[in-house]
Design a protein around this ligand. Structure first.
Ligand SMILES: Cc1cc2nc3c(=O)[nH]c(=O)nc-3n(C[C@H](O)[C@H](O)[C@H](O)COP(=O)(O)O)c2cc1C
Length: 363
């Protein structure tokens, strides 16, 4: 068994790893450039990149679009031929405007999760930018593929299967997480592989399946390749890199997190989110936080009687406030030190290749 090259939007990537999108302002041009220059796929996050702009509270959509253009152009300047995409959460308000805007930028794909992006192909008509989606069950993959097939005769450039150990918003309810009533990442990959088969035959294409959530090292990666994944998506481990765009204090919080510090909380979007326990999570055990402003960021946010504002708290923490919301994946406790992204990628690939070789030699 061996690692096979991955083709997205007609471009081949050296290593089948996707650097996952991380908002707010965690995965921007610096991380994306490092990812592309290390031979992996890069994702810029479209979650409030304009957060630090002076005019952000007055015109969040306009400022976010300006910031996105800046981040994309800068990443492209540093890596002309790399595979670059943008993560645009389907839960974001003004989704259609952002998607239409991104369809005209110099990127390879738009990937959407946090809801089912049933309408994404609509905004990609006539564009060179491809659509992709993130799901957390084979059932969701089936719904997505059936819908894109029937409505648009359109297939995704790739699919990310996100399991229960991922960071940020999770694709499982609070009850499912409490009861352990969810599929493992391995099962999501196997089920999704089964679902895509019929569409791969129908369209005579290959739809790469990428496994994400708790992939920390090359052994985790090899486990995913063994069950049929074509690659992996990694986010948390890439936070503690010199190249990651987030503030240094956020990186240190990830490095310092112990296993018991990683907990789940419910975001104002109604979805559970995995976070590092800190002042904010302790305060939330007692009362809701005061809201200072609203930029109407998420479709499903009730805006009133919510525990906290996700844009305010996540934006503050990624800008350097230790008391804000610190999104993380479950394996933050394995992240021990800062490193260059390229070193981490090379180490993961080395470990993965060794495991696959021991598992039956080169195919
Ligand atoms: C700090 C952080 C922020 C994230 N933000 C987003 C986001 O804005 N949109 C999204 O679709 N996924 C987001 N994710 C999920 C990642 O893209 C990725 O799929 C997942 O975290 C992979 O698992 P890992 O962190 O264990 O490697 C985020 C993850 C982290 C850790």
């Amino acid at each position: 068994m061996n690692l096979k090259p991955l083709t997205i939007n007609g471009k081949v990537v050296k290593f089948p790893i996707v650097q996952g999108g991380m908002g707010i302002r965690i995965s921007l041009n610096k991380l994306a450039s490092a990812a592309m220059n290390s031979g992996i796929i890069a994702t810029i996050s479209a979650a409030q990149p304009g957060f630090l702009h002076k005019n952000f509270k007055k015109d969040p959509v306009g400022e976010n679009m300006k910031a996105l253009k800046f981040e994309i152009d800068k990443a492209r300047e540093n890596s002309k031929d790399g595979i670059l995409g943008v993560n645009l959460m389907h839960a974001a308000t003004h989704y259609s405007e952002y998607a239409s805007f991104l369809a005209n930028q110099d990127i390879d794909f738009i990937i959407s999760g946090a809801g089912l992006p049933l309408d994404l192909p609509e905004y990609l008509e006539g564009s060179n930018v491809k659509g992709a989606f993130i799901i957390s069950s084979g059932r969701a993959a089936r719904i997505m593929l059936r819908s894109w097939d029937r409505r648009y005769q359109y297939m995704p450039a790739f699919i990310v299967c996100e399991g229960p150990l991922a960071g940020g918003h999770l694709g499982f309810s609070k009850e499912q997480l409490a009861l352990g009533d969810y599929d493992s990442l391995e099962k999501i990959v196997i089920d999704t592989k089964e679902v895509v088969k019929v569409y791969e035959e129908k369209y005579n294409i290959k739809i790469p399946i990428i496994a994400g959530g708790g992939v920390h090292d090359g052994h985790d990666m090899a486990d995913m390749i063994k069950v049929g994944a074509d690659g992996v998506q990694i986010a948390t481990r890439f936070i503690a890199t010199y190249e990651c765009d987030v503030n240094e204090s956020y990186k240190q919080m990830i490095i310092n997190a112990k296993e018991e510090d990683v907990v789940t909380t419910v975001s104002p979007a109604g979805l559970p989110g995995r976070v590092v326990r800190n002042f904010l999570t302790k305060t939330l055990e007692k009362h809701n936080l005061k809201l200072h402003y609203c930029v109407d960021c998420l479709k499903s946010c009730k805006k009133k009687d919510i525990p906290y504002c996700i844009t305010e708290q996540l934006g503050n923490s990624t800008a350097g406030d230790d008391d804000g919301l610190v999104f993380t994946g479950a394996k933050a406790y394995l992240v021990e030190k800062m490193d260059h992204l390229e070193n981490i990628v090379n180490e993961i690939i080395r470990e993965c290749r060794k495991d696959l070789l021991l598992n039956g030699g080169l195919a």
